[in-house]
Write a protein that binds this ligand. Structure first.
Ligand code: AMP
Length: 137
């Protein structure tokens, strides 16, 4: 399924580009939560992070810190969030993988987070970690 980010990648609709290489495009979010809110996307057309090839994932990992440094330098903001949503319940609206780089200049702008933490039980935690280790392989 084609998304608005495909149209940006194809040059059919404009964006405020901040970075591009063989695997990655970064551009300003059209609805910024704070000045400098930037989206970093793979050129690979996948909806969710877990679908990405190792090559696309590595390319994203390589450039994210560089883009974060540029956003910090240009906005003068020394704190920020990296957000990456997968699925509509997880707040994803555009089904092409994207990382948000969102400056957090003060309490009232940038990303707001609800963090309803529970407490990890030691025994159940070890069982779960073991299953995850097996799943990762
Ligand atoms: P998400 O909820 O993680 O899927 O976020 C999608 C983001 O894409 C939102 O922050 C939108 O403001 C942003 N967005 C949607 N269309 C465009 C566009 N044409 N150019 C730049 N950002 C866009």
């Amino acid at each position: 399924m084609s998304t608005i980010f495909d149209k940006i990648l194809e040059g059919d609709i404009p964006c405020h580009k901040v970075y591009e290489d063989e695997h990655v495009l970064a551009f300003l979010d059209i609805g910024p939560l704070a000045l400098g809110h930037t989206l970093v996307i793979p050129k690979e057309r996948k909806a969710y992070l877990h679908e990405l090839s190792d090559e696309a994932a590595a390319a994203l990992g390589r450039v994210l810190p560089r883009i974060a440094r540029a956003v910090m330098e240009v906005t003068g903001c020394d704190q920020y969030n990296i957000l990456q949503n997968n699925g509509p319940r997880a707040h994803q609206a555009v089904f092409h993988v994207h990382f948000h780089v969102i400056p957090k200049p003060n309490e009232s702008s940038g990303l707001g987070i609800r963090w309803p933490s529970a407490s990890l039980d030691g025994g159940a935690g070890e069982e779960l970690a073991s299953k995850l280790r097996d799943a990762i392989g």
